[in-house]
Design a protein around this ligand. Structure first.
Ligand code: ARG
Length: 587
């Protein structure tokens, strides 16, 4: 049980004995750490409900509490706060239980849910942009958090591979290379080699997108190509298969570099078989209606404070759209994956789209009451100029280039700090990669999910301040202390009651893990983990400055400090893991 739950239970019992709701015993960290470690605020509400002076009631609760053997001090302050401080024996006892627990005291759920995390979302042929990068980093961290809490997590990137962009590519290629067999209506065999490379696709796509905006005939051709593909034209399907494979290959490489993996490598096309039946059912049930030749579901509600346009499920040319595949994907996730919760980790700009999808799916009746669909949106990663991060030429930044940039910066930083200096080149390169990825992920995750932030290569890659490299280094340093201790034959022993302030503070800090992880999950906000990791590292450093573990001669004390250090390392490594950050063995 976490420390706060333990304290809340003790105080709750007192409130219950006095005839109040035990919930009023909720105990939280003190607002004024110089006065006490924890506080209970329930006496104010209790006083109000019982028509009694809150301070007097607080005193009564405090009198009952002060006999508890775990509490060193119980005091009433202000209008009726109850301040409490634990005995050092109680801290050590609870610490020993949490330090030895594989979940570090976190109460793993006993009602696991199926949680689908829809994140990353790159598109075939379009380079991943910074929105995809944020979605990947945040989504991956949320997936790790839910898995840690004991849920069954299903990671699904939802590749964009079935919409208009495919029609654009096919139409452009048909113009450029009409002799290809894919465009011959009589052909029934197609080459195994792809007619296009990734570079081709990345050149063709932006050209085609621009052209479609200015050339109505070309846009029409792209729309009919989309419909023909979706209707299963064999040549188009064969060509589509090549384009998808070529893109996916490079995306797999990028994700591997980021340390991100998916349970399902599904895309929009994977729900293709559901699209026709879904649209017919919507039409027949009257949920969808004709509008200007298209089929739409009206989802506006009276209480809306902005206009929510109808959701188009079939275009006037008979094509299925991004919305149609998303509707069918909700259905698939409910039917096949038995989803209890679906988190859509996608850019803020798609807020209306998800309002439409969630409402339409509920209206269509295929989302069970208890199933929650949530749009987990985020702000923009901006460049140094405060505008969405672009290359100097104004193009989208390729993920692979971002990673190269960071690895390069990490290398320079390692050199500057004389770290990993005489290591074999291979190990150095690997460390630089880990540091670069840590810089990128932490630089993102330390921000409140919904805020915009500025990508600052220099700041992110620094070994000082709130950065990924600083935290990696902090963890590596604890590893090296433990290694030196073990080389000197020093062994960890049972945790002792703390005797020094920095030691006590570190224990109390580590005991916060369950509460912080719980908050990050409840708010779907990994930044709480990032902040906390920084606090833990700072507390450990202060502890190590005052408690000279390796030269301590009292064996019991030294043993306890080694155990405390091991625990601090487990907490720090776990937090970094929840952020998707790896820790090198040494550096
Ligand atoms: N491919 C989409 C894009 O680039 C993101 C997909 C998000 N997920 C979803 N279920 N719509 O904008």
């Amino acid at each position: 049980m976490s420390l706060l739950s333990h304290l809340s239970e003790i105080a709750g019992q007192v409130f219950a004995d006095l005839g109040f709701d035990p919930e009023l015993g909720e105990t939280v960290p003190s607002q004024r750490p110089e006065l006490a470690q924890f506080q209970i605020n329930g006496a104010m509400a209790a006083g109000k409900s019982a028509n009694r002076a809150p301070r007097e009631l607080a005193q009564e609760v405090a009198d009952h509490l002060s006999g508890h053997p775990d509490l060193a001090r119980v005091e009433v302050a202000g209008p009726g706060f109850i301040n409490i401080t634990l005995t050092d024996q109680a801290i050590a006892r609870i610490a020993a239980a949490e330090a030895g627990d594989p979940y570090l005291g976190f109460p793993v759920t006993n009602t696991p849910e199926n949680v689908v995390v829809d994140y990353a979302g790159p598109n075939v042929a379009k380079a991943m942009h910074v929105g995809h990068l944020r979605a990947t980093i945040i989504g991956d961290s949320l997936a790790r958090l839910f898995a840690f809490a004991g849920h069954k997590v299903i990671r699904d990137p939802h590749f964009g591979d079935w919409g208009f962009q495919m029609g654009l590519l096919i139409a452009a290629l048909a113009d450029e290379q009409p002799q290809l067999p894919y465009f011959d209506p009589d052909a029934d065999e197609f080459p195994a080699e792809s007619p296009v490379t990734l570079d081709d696709l990345q050149r063709i796509y932006p050209e085609a997108a621009t052209r479609a905006r200015n050339d109505a005939d070309f846009a029409d051709a792209a729309r009919s190509a989309t419909v023909r593909l979706q209707q299963g034209d064999p040549g188009y399907l064969a060509l589509w298969g090549h384009m998808k494979a070529v893109s996916e290959q490079s995306q797999r490489r990028d994700f591997a570099a980021l340390g991100v993996n998916f349970d399902l490598w599904y895309g929009e096309s994977d729900v293709h078989d559901r699209l026709g039946p879904l649209v017919s059912a919507l039409r027949e049930s009257g949920v969808a209606e004709e509008s200007h030749g298209a089929l739409v579901v009206r989802v506006a509600e009276e209480t809306d404070n902005r206009e929510i346009p109808p959701l188009i499920v079939e275009s006037s040319s008979g094509g299925f759209l991004y919305s149609t595949t998303d509707m069918a994907t909700v259905q698939m996730r409910v039917d096949e994956l038995r989803a209890d919760l679906v988190l859509y980790v996608v850019d803020r700009r798609q807020a209306d789209h998800f309002v439409q999808i969630f409402r339409a799916a509920r209206r269509a009746g295929f989302v069970p009451e208890g199933t929650r669909l949530e749009h987990i949106w985020f702000g923009t990663m901006n460049g140094p100029d405060g505008k969405p991060f672009k290359t100097r030429e104004g193009g989208v930044v390729r993920l692979a280039d971002v990673i190269d940039m960071l690895t390069g910066a990490a290398r320079r930083r390692l050199d500057e700090a004389h770290l990993a200096e005489e290591y074999p080149e291979e190990e150095r390169a690997h460390i630089a990669e880990m540091v670069g990825i840590a810089a990128l992920k932490f630089g993102d995750l330390i921000n409140n999910r919904t805020s915009d932030y500025i990508f600052d290569l220099d700041r992110f890659s620094s070994f000082e301040g709130k950065t990924g490299p600083y935290l990696q280094y902090a963890a590596v340093r604890i590893k090296s202390i433990l290694r030196r201790a073990s080389e000197a034959g020093l062994t960890p022993g049972p945790l002792q009651p703390p005797t020094v302030e920095n030691e006590r503070d570190l224990m109390l800090e580590l005991l916060r893990l369950p509460e912080v992880v719980g908050r990050a999950i409840d708010l779907r906000s990994p930044n709480h983990i990032a902040e906390y990791a920084f606090e833990v590292a700072g507390r450990f450093n202060r502890f190590y400055d005052t408690c000279h573990i390796l030269s301590e001669t009292d064996e019991t004390r030294r043993g306890s400090w080694l155990t405390l250090s091991t625990w601090a390392l487990s907490v720090l490594e776990r937090l970094l893991d929840l952020l998707g950050i790896e820790v090198p063995d040494r550096m």
